[in-house]
Design a protein around this ligand. Structure first.
Ligand code: CP
Length: 319
């Protein structure tokens, strides 16, 4: 039976509900089991062209989408933004219309401007899908979906979890998307910890959200400790703290992790600044789920793209 949920664009978590989230996670589960697509489905998938439009640097999101597209059998291109006609003054909207006119159907866009993905979705022709791969400090929904899917994989639930999110929250679209998603999925507590000047503005709402001044106060009872890097590229040189002092005062150290206990799991969306927000050995230790976030993120990105295309390509009830 076809689900009545559908996904035309993925701009932020606010546009999702629990039904579509269940569908995306079920689809990711199915894709992990490596299903065989029929020859007819394979033929349809191979005719879909996706494109990565990345106007900011990326490793895991851009290549994650590329890898996910290949796994689905889609065609995928990458716009080299520095060599594109945007350097001649072409607007993002004109670039988008140009590429859509060529026949590209799925656009994964990362752009420094808040609202850029929404801007494209507002003018997208029928059958063209926009996926926000990060717009300024606003949203990074596929990272949050990858993180939630990793928590589900490890704990079997999100309902009732205590999740600490610590670091440079102010510049973090990942934090904003994770807070929204964890709220939606019933996390018991989302504990926010930020050094002075790096807290979220405005403070997020929600009965499960609590702010702490220091990581030591937030760690007892935590199931997940998600550390975030300082986004130096979005800060003035004068605002950037000395790295050793930062680790000592605000970073996750072995000693601090003891406050959370041996069952707590460490997450980080990457890229890591080892020895700044996290002691290097913790990032590679048995409590870290950091590489699971990457590998499971591939299935989440496959699920997002397949669910957008599903009505015409597959009749899989999970997608
Ligand atoms: N987490 C994340 O967005 O990483 P990249 O910048 O490498 O894509």
């Amino acid at each position: 039976m076809r689900h009545d949920t559908s996904l035309t664009h993925l701009i932020d978590i606010a546009s999702l509900d629990v039904a579509i989230l269940r569908r995306l996670f079920s689809c990711a589960d199915l894709l992990r089991s490596n299903p065989e697509f029929s020859p007819q489905q394979q033929a349809k998938l191979s005719k879909v062209h996706a494109i990565n439009l990345f106007y900011e640097h990326s490793t895991r999101t851009q290549l994650g989408f590329e890898y996910a597209a290949h796994r689905l059998g889609l065609q995928i291109s990458n716009l080299q933004s520095e060599q594109s006609s945007s350097s001649k003054g072409e607007s993002l909207i004109d670039t988008f219309h140009t590429l859509a006119a060529m026949g590209y159907r799925l656009f994964n866009i990362r752009h420094p401007q808040v609202g850029s993905a929404q801007q494209l979705a507002a003018v997208a022709p029928a059958g063209v899908h926009i996926i926000n791969a990060g717009d300024g400090v606003h949203a990074h929904p596929t990272q949050a979906l990858a993180d939630a899917y990793t928590m589900l994989d490890h704990f079997g639930r999100i309902d009732g979890l205590v999740v600490v999110i610590a670091g440079d929250l102010r510049h973090s679209r990942v934090a904003r998307s994770n807070i929204a998603l964890l709220n939606l999925l019933g996390a018991a507590e989302i504990r926010l910890v930020a050094p002075p000047g790096m807290d979220l503005q405005p403070q997020p709402q929600g009965s499960s959200v609590r702010s702490f001044e220091h990581l030591d106060e937030a760690l007892p009872g935590a199931d997940v400790v998600m550390m975030l890097r300082i986004q130096m590229e979005r800060m003035d040189a004068l605002e950037i703290p000395d790295q050793q002092t930062y680790l000592k005062r605000w970073g996750l150290t072995r000693k601090r992790l003891l406050l959370a206990g041996p069952d707590a799991r460490i997450m980080h969306p990457g890229p890591l600044n080892r020895g700044v927000e996290i002691e290097s050995e913790l990032a590679d230790g048995s409590q870290a789920l950091i590489l699971d976030q990457v590998s499971l993120g591939v299935y989440v990105r496959m699920a997002v793209m397949l669910t957008m295309l599903a009505p015409e390509i597959t009749d899989l009830k999970e997608c």
